[in-house]
Design a protein around this ligand. Sequence first.
Ligand code: ADP
Length: 327
Amino acid sequence: MADGQDAPKAQASAGNSDWAIEVRGLKKTYAGTKKSPPKEALKGVDLLVPRGSIFGLLGPNGAGKSTLINILAGLVNKTEGTASIWGFDIDKNPRMARASIGVVPQEISADVFFTPLEGLEIQAGLYGVPKAERRSMEILKRLGLEDKADAYVRMLSGGMKRRLLVAKAMVHSPPVLILDEPTAGVDIELRKQMWEQVLELHEQGVTVILTTHYLEEAQELCDTIAIIHQGNVVTSQPKHELIASLDQKMLMIVPEEPLETVPALGDLCGAEIREDGALYVSYKPSQTRVADILNAINAAGIHVKDLSTVEADLEDVFMQMTYGSDG
Ligand code: ADP
């Protein structure tokens, strides 16, 4: 990192781009060893992250998410392609590119020797933020840790330690923050707290990119979603478009009388009776019309008491996009 005197101010002198992150044709092949062959972890990734978005990077284990993040963070060298952060090319302008990004790691590795305030000051020093420009207390306050500024880190709760990691990633005021699995292994209450934190950062103007295993999390938080699978980006679009693009819908039919057996509805849709006693029929709108399903229901002698559609969710999209995963 910089040597101390003049911290690059990425936010003030934003690069010339509409994108927070712009990745083109990015490839990464890890060298092989005697025991394992070379591994092509990224096979030509194109990715555009809009400024101001909460961007979800999803994919099964081994898809290439960490590799991509580590290249952006300057921790792994790419093999081919280009990447820019806030308009700064990671090869041509590495210092500004790094100053534009903060990465919150997955692991909680608490600094037992320093208080939160000291830890932030040290981190700011590593990033070359001059003393007069440091905002350690302000950042701690922003993350609800101001009364813990001088506490022993080991006395902090799990949630506070995670927030401290976010605080550390913010010391140089990067416009882009990457959170790697921010809620892996935390309980529901803590997850909700982290979500609120992410939304607050977003409201403050930070572009947030998060990787997550929890599709519910991406569905709840993200406005744009990319799915990586086996080193390729298989889709990247606004969440609502992504879900709407899925050619799969479900109809919930509540019968007048409880059903004993699933009626025969033809080859084009699948039906099951669930615990609530309703009949759930899944179908592809491109192949089957609701009217045809209702005709078949009628023909089976079922009287319909109530009828509603169930929207597809991100999980359906993910299953369809990553079918055949090796991870
Ligand atoms: P994800 O974060 O989506 O789980 P990774 O980027 O960690 O995926 O891994 C992508 C692929 O690259 C995997 O097959 C993984 O085994 C491989 N890989 C990751 N890091 C290394 C490395 N340092 N050396 C060799 N192969 C690696």
